[in-house]
Design a protein around this ligand. Structure first.
Ligand code: ARG
Ligand code: ZN
Length: 514
C-alpha cells in the first residue's frame, strides 16, 4: 500500500549545490559550527548513534494500521547540543534492501522552523551488522543503515536544547542479519516490535545507541479492540470510536533498543505488589498451543510464571539491590513471522518480550529470571559500547545460576565447574569482553561471562562480591558503563588488584587456570 503521502528523499527546500547562491538569505550559522558525527563512536557499529547532541526525551505520536502495515505520525526529539552544530544526524532506517523508501518523511522542523534534511544509506553486512563497502555481498542482503541529516535554519550552540519534529509514514522494514530477525514484525492481529542491537530506527528517528538514554512518551493509535503494550506506565487509554489511543510513559532513561509498542490482541493482567505495578500481556493463541515438553499450554505456563514475577524480583533484589523501575511485567508473543518463532527473548525495559519457547511445560522460569535480571544489568545500567555486552549477558546468566540454586539445582560454583570441565576449545577462544561485532550474542559471552563473575566471587569473597553487584547497579542506575569502569569498581570495593583475574577471564582467548 502507498504511504499516506509521498516525498522525494531530499526535502524540496534542500539546496542541491554546496555553494549558496548570492540571493539566498544570509546564513545564521557561524562558520566554525560543524555537523555532528554520523556515529556515536562505537567501534563495532560505527553508524549507530550520532555525535553532537544528547537526547533527553522522545515523544512518539504514531498510528499503526494492521490492515495496511502503515505506521504514521511524528517523533518529537528533545536534545541538548554537545557541540556547536551546523547540522546533525538521526538514525532512521527508512529504506528497504533495494534502496527504495519504505517509510517516507514528510516534514522536519527544528525549534518550530522547517529544516532541510537528506537521507544517506550504507549497506550493512549480514554477517557482522557492520557497514560494508558498496557493492560487496556476504550473503543475503539486509536493509541499509540510513542516516537522516537535519540542517536547521540556524546553527545550534553547545548546551542549547533543541526540539526536532519528524513527520513520517510508511511500512517499517524488518531486519534479518547475524543477530536474527528484528524490527516491526507483522502478526495476525498487529505487530511485535523487538530487536537488538538494531530495531529502534526501524520505527522512529533515534540516536540509536545505548550510550544515549532518554525518557519516552509513546503514543500509539490503533483500531479499536487492539492493545498496545509499551514500556513503563500506561498513562491513558482513550477510545476515539474506530480507534483507541494508548499513551505509555517511560519515566526512567531507556536505551533506544529497549523501546517497544507491540500491537495486537492480548490478554492483559494487572496487579500491584511491593510498590511495583505489574502489567502482563499474553497472546491468546498461546492458550491453545502446546508448550515445549508437552502436556501443558504455553499460555497457562506463561500465566503461572508471570504470577511468579514478584517472587523473582524479590529474589533478585536480595542480591542486586532494589528493582530499578516502578513497573514490571512481560509480553508473551504468539507469531512473529510467517513461519517461525523468534529465537530470542528480549529485556525490553519494564516489559520484556518472550516467544513461546520461554514457557516450557515444566514451567522453568529461567528465561524470565534472565530478562528480569537485565532490568538491573542492561537496562538501568546500560552499555556504553556493544563490545562490553558481557556486562549485560554475563550478569543475567549469573542471575539464572543464583535462581537455579534457590530452586534446588546446582550452586553457581557447581555450574562453573561443569562448564570448566566440559566446555570445548571454541568456548575458550572467545574474548568475552571483545567478542567482535558478529559475536556479541555468542554463548561464551553469556556463560564465560557468568564464569568470570563466579571467579571474581571466589577471589574477593561473598561479602565484597555482592557489595560489588549491588553498588554497580545503584551507582550507575540510569547511566551507561564500560568494562574498564566495572574492573575499577570491583578493585575499589574489594581492595584487591584484579588485573590478572579479569585478563584471564574476559580478555584472553584461552582457558584460564583456576
Ligand atoms: N539480550 C537478549 C537476551 O539475552 C538476547 C538478544 C539476542 N538478540 C538477537 N538479535 N538475536 O535475552
Ligand atoms: Zn540476556
Amino acid at each position: 500500500p502507498a504511504p499516506a503521502f509521498a516525498a522525494p528523499a531530499v526535502c524540496p527546500t534542500a539546496t542541491p549545490s554546496a555553494s549558496p547562491s548570492p540571493t539566498s538569505s544570509p546564513t545564521t550559522t557561524p562558520a566554525d559550527f560543524r555537523p555532528g558525527a554520523a556515529g556515536i563512536g562505537d567501534p563495532y557499529f560505527p553508524l549507530d548513534g550520532n555525535g553532537g547532541y544528547d537526547v533527553e526525551h522522545y515523544a512518539l505520536d504514531l498510528s499503526y494500521d494492521p490492515e495496511s502495515d502503515v505506521l504514521a505520525g511524528t517523533a518529537t526529539i528533545t536534545a541538548v547540543a554537545t557541540q556547536d552544530l551546523s547540522a546533525f544526524n538521526l538514525d532512521f532506517d527508512t529504506r528497504a534492501v533495494d534502496g527504495t523508501d519504505s517509510i517516507v518523511i514528510g516534514e522536519v522542523t527544528v525549534d518550530d522552523a522547517a529544516a532541510e534534511w537528506s537521507l544517506e544509506s550504507t549497506q550493512i553486512s549480514v554477517e557482522t551488522g557492520q557497514p560494508q563497502a558498496p557493492g560487496s555481498t556476504d550473503g543475503d542482503a539486509t536493509p541499509p543503515r540510513t542516516e537522516l541529516t537535519v540542517v536547521p535554519e540556524q546553527g545550534i550552540r553547545t548546551g542549547s536544547t533543541i526540539t526536532t519534529v519528524v513527520a513520517y509514514s510508511g511500512v517499517p522494514i524488518t531486519i534479518d542479519d547475524a543477530f536474527g530477525p528484528a524490527g516491526v514484525f507483522r502478526t495476525p492481529t498487529g505487530a511485535v516490535i523487538v530487536g537488538q542491537p538494531r530495531v529502534a530506527a526501524t520505527w522512529f528517528p533515534a540516536n540509536d545507541h545505548p550510550a544515549d538514554k532518554a525518557t519516552f512518551s509513546t503514543r500509539m493509535t490503533v483500531p479499536a479492540g487492539l492493545q498496545v503494550i509499551g514500556n513503563g506506565r500506561l498513562a491513558a487509554q482513550t477510545e476515539n470510536g474506530a480507534t483507541t489511543t494508548w499513551d505509555w510513559e517511560m519515566e526512567a532513561p531507556m536505551a533506544t533498543y529497549l523501546a517497544t509498542a507491540t500491537v495486537g490482541e492480548y490478554q492483559i493482567t494487572e496487579h500491584d505488589e511491593g510498590g511495583i505495578a505489574y502489567y502482563n500481556a499474553i497472546d491468546p493463541t498461546l492458550f491453545t498451543r502446546e508448550a515445549d515438553g508437552g502436556g501443558a499450554f504455553v499460555g497457562d505456563v506463561a500465566t503461572s510464571i508471570f504470577d511468579d514475577e514478584p517472587e523473582v524480583i524479590d529474589f533478585l533484589s536480595g542480591y542486586f539491590g532494589p528493582y530499578p523501575f516502578g513497573q514490571a511485567g512481560g509480553i508473551a508473543i504468539g507469531f512473529t513471522g510467517p513461519d517461525e518463532d523468534l529465537q530470542y527473548a528480549l529485556e525490553n525495559q519494564t516489559r520484556p518480550i518472550y516467544p513461546a519457547w520461554a514457557f516450557p511445560a515444566d514451567a522453568d522460569a529461567s528465561v524470565v529470571v534472565h530478562e528480569l535480571a537485565h532490568q538491573w544489568y542492561g537496562d538501568s545500567v546500560a552499555l556504553g559500547r556493544w563490545a562490553d555486552i558481557w556486562l549485560n549477558e554475563g550478569f543475567a546468566t549469573y542471575a539464572e545460576w543464583l535462581w537455579a540454586e534457590s530452586q534446588g539445582g546446582l550452586t553457581p560454583q557447581e555450574t562453573f565447574d561443569y562448564y570448566y570441565a566440559n566446555a570445548d576449545d571454541a568456548f575458550w577462544s572467545t574474548v568475552v569482553a571483545d567478542p567482535g561485532a558478529a559475536g556479541i550474542f555468542d554463548g561464551p559471552v553469556y556463560t564465560r561471562g557468568a564464569m568470570a563473575l563466579q571467579a571474581l566471587r571466589t577471589a574477593v569473597g561473598d561479602e565484597a562480591f555482592f557489595a560489588i553487584l549491588k553498588g554497580w547497579a545503584s551507582d550507575n542506575a540510569g547511566g551507561s558503563v564500560t568494562t574498564a569502569q566495572f574492573i575499577d569498581y570491583a578493585e575499589q570495593v574489594s581492595g584487591q588488584d584484579l588485573t590478572a583475574l579479569f585478563d584471564a577471564w574476559i580478555f584472553t582467548p584461552s582457558k584460564p587456570a583456576v
